[in-house]
Design a protein around this ligand. Structure first.
Ligand code: AMP
Length: 172
């Protein structure tokens, strides 16, 4: 795992002064590392009877789609406002460097669907919480939330529902 995370690049002052951006693109570029990351993110949920992965735009698409393939289930995108073509539900949230909104196509989940939420990084937790809220509003059961990187000092985990499995591979 430490080899993997040597491939996470710190970019200082992006996208705003004072933010250290955890850039996973060098890890994605390395085939064996990317595969190992995806397998490790999927591992806690192999026996969790997941029906679908919900990935958060944009890096959550890269990891989420790969984890979905690995688990043999479908993929649903949670997108920034105005990107999804059909009727959507919307949830606003604040993040480490501003405010934003996530949208989910109506009818993405049937009541009782078991959903795994995936993103690359958890910072303040607002993004993941919005994704969970959107899935639950459609009656889905969120069985877990998985991140590659958790920025511990921002305590994002505390914003997530206490009954959820939250897994992060690297704590910084
Ligand atoms: P938050 O809602 O504060 O937990 O922010 C998480 C979302 O913003 C994820 O989609 C991340 O990709 C992105 N993000 C926030 N802070 C960082 C950071 N320091 N490095 C990389 N991505 C970040």
């Amino acid at each position: 795992m430490s080899d993997l995370f040597a491939l996470v690049r710190d970019v200082h002052d992006f996208p705003k002064p004072g933010i250290v951006f955890k850039d996973l693109t060098p890890l994605f570029r390395d085939g064996p590392a990317f595969r190992a990351l995806v397998e490790a993110m999927a591992a806690p949920y192999r026996d969790a009877r997941v029906d679908a992965v919900l990935g958060v735009e944009a890096r959550g698409f890269i990891l989420g789609a790969a984890v979905a393939l690995h688990l043999g289930v479908g993929f649903v995108p949670a997108r920034k406002p105005g990107k999804l073509p059909a009727a959507t539900d919307r949830e606003a949230y604040s993040l480490e460097y501003g405010h934003d909104c996530l949208e989910l196509h109506l009818g993405s989940f049937a009541p009782g669907d078991r959903v795994l939420v995936i993103d690359d990084v958890i910072a303040t937790g607002g993004t993941a919480r919005a994704a969970i809220t959107l899935a639950r509003r459609q009656g889905a059961e969120v069985v877990g939330v998985a991140f590659a990187v958790e920025i511990d000092f921002l305590r994002g985990r505390a914003l997530l529902p206490p009954d959820l499995v939250v897994s992060s591979l690297l704590h910084v």
